[in-house]
Write a protein that binds this ligand. Structure first.
Ligand SMILES: NC(=O)c1ccc[n+]([C@@H]2O[C@H](COP(=O)([O-])OP(=O)(O)OC[C@H]3O[C@@H](n4cnc5c(N)ncnc54)[C@H](O)[C@@H]3O)[C@@H](O)[C@H]2O)c1
Length: 255
């Protein structure tokens, strides 16, 4: 799958232990990037790193909470020292704490903001220095079709909509340094996150996937590789004139 259009550049994928982050880390490694696979603990990231190394790529397992300033700074410093200066950042780490508004706790609200918004802010602030030094960089933030509003997701929808404003501002501030920033509004993707949603609402997984797929114009559920493919494109050399955009990868216009 190696496309040969980049080589040796360093990419960071947050939440890279599983799901969309793991597929993205594997894809960027196949594209020729050295990939820092960052997740809550170094141990969490090991399977993804091993898969990349087995396929002949270069990767580093890094443990950090993306919402913790000191852990983020230490992680980015270590990546720069051990893999090289990071010039691609995929802010993918995420959590859901769904509930109807009247039942949503302060902790449900705060954790979702901590991971998605504070996490993307801290990671980007730490990594942009290397992109500006290189006068080249690519930032991709994982948003969601939920940014348009979804019952039970006041916290998550607000965070994912917030990420879109964050992305557009990054595009404006960093463009003159050769850095682009884009957001992917992912639709329904089969991962542990959506499996947990089905379990929470008490639906059988297969029935849930079939029902969601029936409402998607391309008539199937999304796979993590669908998002990885889009990230691969957005971070490629040729995508340098695309910035500040929200790309829907949802099997249809919005859901
Ligand atoms: N699955 C979907 O349908 C879907 C749709 C739209 C957007 N998204 C977004 O895509 C991203 C990946 O989702 P996924 O479905 O692969 O989820 P997932 O739950 O399978 O994986 C998320 C990863 O993020 C890590 N993570 C959580 N909090 C963290 C923190 N504080 N610091 C570091 N890592 C942390 C987790 O440990 C996990 O490995 C998320 O931002 C999610 O909101 C997913």
């Amino acid at each position: 799958m190696t496309s040969g259009f980049v080589s040796g550049r360093v990419a960071i994928v947050t939440g890279g232990a599983r799901g969309i982050g793991a597929a993205t880390a594997r894809r960027l490694a196949a594209d020729g990037f050295a990939v820092a696979v960052l997740d809550l603990t170094e141990d969490d990231s090991r399977d993804t790193v091993q898969a990349i190394e087995t396929a002949g790529g270069r990767a580093l397992a890094v443990g950090a909470d993306v919402g913790d300033t000191e852990q983020v700074q230490a992680a980015v410093d270590r990546i720069a020292a051990e893999l090289g200066p990071p010039v691609v950042l995929v802010n993918n780490a995420g959590v859901t704490r769904d509930n109807l508004l009247f039942k949503m706790t302060d902790a449900d609200w705060d954790l979702v903001m901590h991971v998605h918004l504070r996490g993307s802010f801290l990671m980007t602030r730490a990594a942009q220095k290397y992109m500006i030094e290189a006068q080249w960089g690519r930032i991709v933030n994982l948003s969601s079709t939920s940014a348009l509003g979804l019952r039970g997701q006041a916290n998550y929808a607000a965070a994912k909509a917030g990420l879109q404003g964050f992305t557009k501002t990054l595009a404006i501030e960093l463009g003159k340094f050769g850095v682009t920033a884009n957001a992917i509004a992912a639709g329904f993707i089969v991962t542990d996150m959506t499996k947990a949603t089905a379990a929470r609402i008490g639906e059988n997984w297969e029935t849930y996937v079939a029902a969601r797929a029936a409402a998607i114009p391309v008539a199937r559920a999304g796979q993590a590789e669908d998002i990885a493919h889009t990230v691969s494109f957005l971070v490629s050399e040729g995508a340098g004139f695309i910035s500040g955009q929200v790309i829907y990868v949802a099997g249809g216009p919005r859901a």
